[in-house]
Design a protein around this ligand. Structure first.
Ligand code: NAP
Length: 247
């Protein structure tokens, strides 16, 4: 089930955390994977891991908030592997602070990375996928985009925006056999949540029915499903993977 044999995937933010777990899982399921983030050395290490397990991977180092990078990354994927079936918009950052202390750059950097980047990657990918009459676009949003969180107006706006893109694009591309879905992780153990205090981690965990943070493989499993042929009739949805935090 959920085979991705011979599918071609581009995963942003693939050097660490959730994106790395998705890239490794796609490699295991038989996909050829283009890995994108700003740091070539860590991307190469992930690519080596995929190759060592018998898979195919290439890297593209670039900053997703730079609008020219998306076209180059998608073009490189098609040159390397001949097509592009799956796009995972996963790269993301936080710059948390209360709104009265939020600098213009705290707002702009988060919106440019988490929302404008996915817009540009999706625009570039849609051109390829519409011609192929096949595609899977997966946006990594967050439950924070659905329920809000004090100190995260920039992040919540970017993640709610991704859900709006997901629904609009699902309507736009459905007739071309391109599905567009979002995943809304809850609290997942990665570098992003590493900085939370032990008190905060305990408080959050006590609000999660399954009792603890998730791990990156929990999100990778959802990303495999949404990319698979088994999910062919699912589009415009936001799949929460959050231990029951928001319901
Ligand atoms: P992470 O461990 O901090 O990893 C972030 C990834 O994004 C890294 O690979 C990083 O690579 C890349 N990245 C950051 N800025 C970039 C840029 N401007 N251009 C290209 N790549 C960039 O974070 P994570 O927890 O895995 O988060 C992955 C996604 O899940 C994010 O969109 C995040 O908002 C979302 N999410 C996470 C959680 C959670 O609890 N962890 C919950 C909900 C949603 P480089 O540094 O090499 O560029």
């Amino acid at each position: 089930m959920f085979s991705l044999k011979d599918k071609v995937a581009l995963v942003t933010g693939a050097s660490r955390g959730i994106g790395k777990a998705i890239a490794l899982a796609y490699g295991r399921q038989g996909a050829k994977v283009m890995l994108c983030s700003r740091t070539e050395s860590t991307l190469n290490a992930v690519a080596d891991e995929i190759r060592a397990a018998g898979g195919e991977a290439q890297v593209f180092a670039g900053d997703v908030s730079d609008l020219s990078v998306a076209d180059e990354a998608v073009a490189s994927t098609v040159v390397a592997f001949g097509r592009m079936d799956i796009l995972v918009n996963n790269a993301g950052i936080t710059r948390d602070t209360l709104i009265i202390r939020m600098k213009d750059d705290d707002w702009a950097n988060v919106i440019e990375t988490n929302l404008t980047g996915p817009f540009a990657f999706t625009r570039a990918a849609a051109k390829v996928m519409m011609k192929q009459r096949y595609g899977r676009i997966i946006n990594v949003s967050s439950v924070v985009g659905m329920m809000g969180n004090a100190g995260q107006v920039n992040y919540a706006a970017s993640k709610a925006g991704l859900i709006g893109i997901t629904k609009s694009l699902a309507k736009e591309l459905g007739s071309r056999n391109v599905t567009v879905n979002a995943i809304a992780p809850g609290f997942i153990v990665t570098d992003m949540t590493d900085g939370l205090s032990d008190d905060m981690k305990a408080k959050v965990s006590s609000a999660i029915p399954l009792g603890d943070f998730g791990n990156a493989d929990d999100i990778a499993a959802a990303a495999c499903y949404l990319a698979s042929d088994e999910a062919r009739y699912v589009t415009g949805q936001t799949l929460q993977v959050d231990g029951g935090l928001l319901m």
